[in-house]
Write a protein that binds this ligand. Sequence first.
Ligand code: ACO
Length: 330
Amino acid sequence: MSHYKAKFASFGMHVPKKVVNNFDLEKIVDTTDEWIRTRTGMFERHHCTKDEAATDIAVVAATKAIESSQVKYKDIDLIITATVTGDYNFPSASCILQKRLGLGRIPAFDISAGCTGFVYALDMAKQYVENGTKQNVLVTGVDILTKITNWKDRGTCVLFGDGAGSTIVTRAERSDISEIMDSITFADGSLGDLLIQEGGGSRRPASHETVDQNLHTIYMEGNKIYRHAIKSMQASTEELLKRNKMTARDVDWVIPHQANLRIIEGLADKLRVPMDKVIVNIEKYGNTSSATIPMAMAEAVGSSKIRRGDIILLTSFGAGLTWGSILARY
Ligand code: ACO
């Protein structure tokens, strides 16, 4: 039995200035605007410049989330950042964010769960708040996948964009209508090789050889992941709804990971949710990994599409492989 309820206080997002559209990509690899649009639903995405790193955009998203909430900087007591492309292997992006936001000596750590990172981070933040250990957790999803993209691989390089999204998970009053009701997370490490950055870790530390073999960029078996994506998001969503005695009909908004419009439509079809209840912004940002869900939330809340009291369902899948879902009343 949890002592307290957790809720979303606010959301904020930020993307780098540079916009790259499908026609720009036609000049880099053997692809077409038509292929990218019809196979993925993407049209443009934002890329960091050579000098921009993860916390440069995360700090803006976090600032927007904090300033659009009632929470004061001094009352934030934990930072969790979901990323696989922090500024450095260490220290963590969360520790850098703590310094850049001028926060106190509060604990700060990153989690690595690929594109499911934000869902994993929310799952943790919720528990810290519910058990009373923390009251205001800054949760950010940020990824700069364009820095680890193989620009010769047309199967991956057209998909990714850079971005950051943040939320404050805060303690809710018992009487509050808003609540993060439940969360569920999974992993299947036996599928880890389907999406991997092999070089740079302790197994294949950076060397001339790893650079020559292109091991510092993303390797992905796209169509195997595609099949897993719909199944895993459907299964975690249905299990979560079932144990809360709800069905997809009770959900006002589904906010899925934005990896491919066809995956999103396939999921909506399986859940029997009409597409006008699904938040989609993939055409503008591409796949920003752990940032897609908080960015979609920030836009939907910012435009008042999602309002206080709406039932929302966040669901994601990613490297690991990992997947999971969050059920909340915004
Ligand atoms: N432009 C033109 N043709 C292309 C391109 C491109 N950019 N990329 C691939 N093709 C070609 C392939 O070479 C292949 O050609 P062939 O038939 O002559 O061999 C053809 O298109 C079909 O390739 P598939 O890989 O079968 O294409 P598919 O319809 O599966 O789409 C895609 C590929 C978009 C990668 C899809 O499989 C997908 O979205 N998978 C999920 C990937 C994903 O979500 N990854 C992220 C998960 S974790 C995270 O978000 C970081």
